[in-house]
Write a protein that binds this ligand. Structure first.
Ligand code: PMP
Length: 316
């Protein structure tokens, strides 16, 4: 079955993983009174798997699972499984579904059924979902809008954790951009500096240098961000600076791009009606996009340790 609305088109897979077992897709259900649904008390991850001749290549699986546990710690939640168990569960879901194309894997842990109210520490449900998934944003370049929805200050909700409740803010920002005819939103922090996209970290290029907001700003510590910083420094010998970016600087930079598991490396060609650089994919952005592709497909020996290979059943 294929589900389509304003979001992403999904062909339902056959199986998911829920609380310790592989279950049929239609049985992957929880009760309407789960705490996470009412209060956003959950944490999640987004991981990509790249299908390559009978093998699913999962990018930075351990790093994503580690971030899931860090996010859980921030929101005072114990995940009732060991990290190795969830890593195995991800591999099991990928294998049992016999995927034949690229996928997106969504581990999620949230407070379940039990008591009621804001002090409740209900038992935690854990699910792992994997769906076939292609491009999220156009690799030809996208048009962005600075959102009127701001990132909260550091003493407000913890944006450093990938927690479900926080994503209401990003949903509102993404919808605002979409309803105004743009592809994606860019959020400013509480002081007006550039933070990140609704689901992506942001980089700009100025005079051959890469610039991105630091992790002590109101951003998610992106795994793709980390990958790109390392590749830019080690393979392209570029200087990468982590510092604040003003809104005006975005408008006049030479190149700009987003990074994210879903977005991969997506060029930004327009922001608030200002053309970025030449209005097409920038030279440095293109180099990073190509390199990123090689790395996720484990074509570069040095970075093979980032890729977990799962043989998909019924090879061929
Ligand atoms: N920022 C936000 C708000 C996100 O949701 C994401 C996607 N997880 C990112 C940045 C990029 O993080 P990553 O590269 O780890 O996917």
């Amino acid at each position: 079955m294929v589900s389509k609305n304003l979001g992403i088109e999904i062909k339902w897979p056959k199986y998911a993983w829920l609380n310790g077992s592989i279950v049929k897709w239609e049985d992957a259900k929880v009760h309407v009174f789960v705490h996470g649904l009412h209060y956003g008390t959950g944490v999640f991850e987004g991981i990509r798997g790249y299908y390559d001749s009978g093998v699913m290549k999962i990018f930075r699986l351990e790093d994503h699972i580690m971030r899931l546990y860090r996010s859980a710690k921030v929101i005072l939640m114990d995940i009732p499984y060991k990290m190795e168990e969830l890593i195995k569960a991800v591999k099991d879901v990928v294998k049992v579904n016999q995927f034949r194309s690229d996928i997106y894997i969504r581990p999620i842990a949230f407070r379940g059924l039990g008591s009621f109210g804001l002090r409740a520490t209900n038992p935690v449900d854990v699910a792992i979902i994997a769906v076939e998934f292609g491009k999220y944003l156009s690799p030809k370049g996208i048009r962005c809008k600075i959102s009127s929805w701001r990132k909260p200050p550091a003493d407000s909700i913890p944006v450093w954790a990938k927690a479900t409740g926080i994503y209401l803010l990003y949903h509102l920002a993404a919808m605002e951009a979409h309803l105004s005819g743009y592809d994606e939103a860019i959020l400013l922090d509480s002081e007006g500096y550039v933070a990140e996209g609704a689901g992506e970290n942001i980089f700009i290029v100025r005079n051959g240098e890469l610039i991105t907001p630091p992790v002590y700003d109101a951003i998610l510590e992106g795994i793709t961000r980390d990958t790109v910083i390392k590749l830019a420094r080690e393979e392209l010998r570029l200087r990468v600076v982590e510092r604040r970016i003003r809104r005006e600087e975005l408008y006049v930079c030479d190149e700009a791009f987003f990074t994210g598991t879903a977005a991969e490396v997506t060029p930004i060609v327009e922001i608030d009606g200002r053309t970025i650089g030449s209005g097409t994919v920038g030279e440095i952005t293109k180099k990073i996009m190509d390199l990123y592709r090689e790395v996720v497909l484990s074509r570069i020996e040095k970075y093979r340790y980032w890729v977990t290979e799962v043989e998909v059943e019924g090879k061929g």
